[in-house]
Ligand binder design. Structure first.
Ligand code: TXA
Ligand code: MG
Length: 360
């Protein structure tokens, strides 16, 4: 942990200054922690081949050691280094998906090579790898000349950061550098797919919709039921414990197939909470804002138009942070239809709600 506040360096997200990237790349190579923007969320980077540097990620975040990190690369050739085998020896499906979706919000779980130390993968024989679609991230990784291990740049248990300011609030006194490349375009984390198994297994829905992966493969991938495990050995995917994104407020998710019924139920719940004197916040589509305000919600975060999941994803984490920081007692949200980005949105809301669901 550093004694001083992190230095924040602002860069143009589409044409980042080369000298800055070289300087921070060298810092990474030297063992420093550098937070950087990606298209999904901000990452907290360390040299993935340096176990001491990676250990500092866990300390800075307060993250348990049994939650493996994603390794970020800037060039397909680095996949051979990370997996310890020539590309030709990787599952053909992995190369096909990499060609289709990289750079982009897809993490592939693959066999791990000897260059990646145990601490990165919590001792697992596999490693999660992705190539982010962000010029700052790609330039930084290339400048570092090493693969970069990076979890989301938040304190453990907080929502993922989608701006440099979110990173500063969570980690500003614990890391050396924050690269500010503006807000993240996608706003929720990458899709994680285990391609060491057939059929491939979806470990976390995210920025690349399942439908797009299945269309590329021409076959179905395996999904798993939501898990109410609280973590550790009970969670069948490491780091996918239900309370992963939990806000301090009590969050409640209203679910149902009929949006009108869901909205009516939410309005009724807000009225009931407000009547007991609780301060209620809501995270809702634009079309619902007036109704939930009228029902007594004191703070309302607009996720954008109801069918626009792209905007909802981009606004989700900032909204959770705002409502939680404002100290409301209850946060009400509605789930999304589970297609496209809606699957990942509902997953994050469900986790943030700690599995607290009201069926409408
Ligand atoms: O979009 C993203 O993926 C962001 C940006 C920074 O790239 N990163 C991110 O990292 O979300 P993090 O640490 O918050 O989530 C990584 C998750 C772990 O919690 C675990 O569930 C999964 O990735 N994971 C990593 N390596 C794995 C492995 N070898 N096997 C199974 N799951 C793995
Ligand atoms: Mg995270």
């Amino acid at each position: 942990m550093s004694d001083q506040a992190a230095q924040i360096v602002t860069v143009d997200p589409t044409a980042p200054d080369t000298d800055t990237l070289e300087r921070l790349g060298a810092a990474l190579r030297g063992g420093a922690l550098v937070a950087f923007p990606t298209e999904t969320v901000y990452g907290l980077g360390a040299d993935a081949t340096n176990p001491d540097a990676v250990a500092r990620i866990f300390t800075a975040k307060g993250r348990p050691g049994d939650d493996p990190l994603i390794v970020h690369i800037a060039d397909l050739a680095d996949l051979a280094m990370v997996t310890g085998r020539p590309l030709i020896d990787l599952p053909p499906v992995a190369l096909r998906l990499a060609a289709a979706f990289w750079p982009g919000p897809l993490t592939l779980v693959l066999p791990r090579g000897p260059a990646i130390p145990d601490i990165v993968t919590s001792g697992l024989p596999t490693v999660g790898v992705r190539m982010p679609a962000h010029d700052v991230a790609l330039g930084l990784i290339a400048a570092a000349g090493v693969p970069v291990a990076a979890p989301s740049a938040n304190r453990f248990g907080h929502t993922s950061p989608t701006t440099a300011e979110h990173v500063r609030v969570d980690l500003g006194d614990r890391i050396e550098w924050i690269l500010d490349g503006g807000p993240c375009a996608i706003g929720i984390e990458s899709t994680i797919l285990d391609v060491t198994q057939t059929p491939q297994v979806l470990l976390r829905p995210g920025g690349v919709p399942v439908e797009a992966i299945e269309a590329e493969l021409g076959s179905a991938i395996a999904r798993r039921a939501r898990q109410v495990a609280s973590g550790g050995a009970a969670a069948s995917s490491p780091g996918q414990a239900v309370t992963h994104y939990a806000p301090r407020a009590r969050m409640v998710l209203v679910e149902g197939d009929d949006p009108v019924a869901v909205r009516m139920r939410m309005v009724a719940e807000i009225r009931a909470c407000a009547a007991t004197g609780e301060r209620v916040g809501a995270l809702v589509p634009a079309e619902w804002v007036a109704a939930v305000r009228a029902a007594g919600a004191v703070l309302v975060w607009d996720l954008g138009s109801a069918l626009d999941t792209t905007t909802a994803a981009r606004r989700l984490y900032a909204g959770l942070r705002m409502l939680d920081g404002a100290g409301v007692a209850v946060i009400m949200a509605a789930s999304f239809a589970e297609s496209g980005l809606g699957l990942a949105l509902s997953d994050r809301l469900w986790r943030a709600a700690g599995g607290r669901v009201i069926k409408a």
